[in-house]
Design a protein around this ligand. Sequence first.
Ligand code: SF4
Length: 315
Amino acid sequence: MTAVLEAQNLTKNFPVRGRFALRRSTVHAVQDVSIGLAAGTVTAVVGESGSGKSTLARMLAQLIRPTGGDVLLNGNPVSRANRAYRREVQLVLQDPFSSLNPVHTIRYHLARPLRIHGFPADTAAISELLDRVALSPAERFIDKYPHELSGGQRQRVAIARALAVRPEVLIADEPVSMLDVSIRLGILNLLADLRDNDGLAILYVTHDIASARYLADTIVVMYAGQLVESGPAPQVTDSPAHPYTQLLLRAAPDPERTEPVTELAGRGAPPSLIRPPSGCRFHPRCPSAMDICRTTTPEPLPIDDAHTASCWLYQ
Ligand code: SF4
């Protein structure tokens, strides 16, 4: 499948000042990550806090510039976001409360991008957008202020605003993590509709591998800034190859399990990205670590069709 949007060997380092501002250090947030997003598919990037998944999303949205590597839109390298890129690649953020200015109505929030990009911005156009995100009848919502809507409805407005400019790619960074469990499913189903009916290429960034299993076609697992496993969602979740993915899945919510699983938390916290561990960055927490893991970084190795894992167990 041809990728609409591609990350090729993306790397991001952030300079930071050490304690008392005496020394400069570098946070190695993302290292050499390549992924491709195809039309009509959802790719989930999964990992704990500090895995680099949101930094990767922000580089793809061109909100921050990579230290190394390339972003390609329809095969063309993009050095910086211009107006056309901003239209084609839209970002939906985690917090629907802060992403909508409370002093403006929903009509204003949806009319603005339509007008900026030269589309009709009348009531009919805004109502159509509200219908697409299942906020109907539109007249119930169009003249309300964000605080008059629920969290789920606000996130739907944020998605409608992204759709206003008719993008090819939607980057959704933890779009359900601040919502009640009861309304998360509705937003995931909306994203699935946009994939299936509108052919959008969607990047779904999440710490929750269970929701990725529900929504995504492809799952990419990141750990400490590196891609450690990727493949079709059923293979990655039914036959996880990387020990980190296996622990993530065991820690995922399961309605049939009564006891919480704390195995991953019991293996310590993710490492500092200022001085990441040598070799495989997961080795200090890995139940299967071997000597080679402490010294040498594993390359992605094929597990089966389109399914790879960066782990010495598969050498
Ligand atoms: Fe564990 Fe070694 Fe595989 Fe890393 S390379 S996940 S430490 S077995």
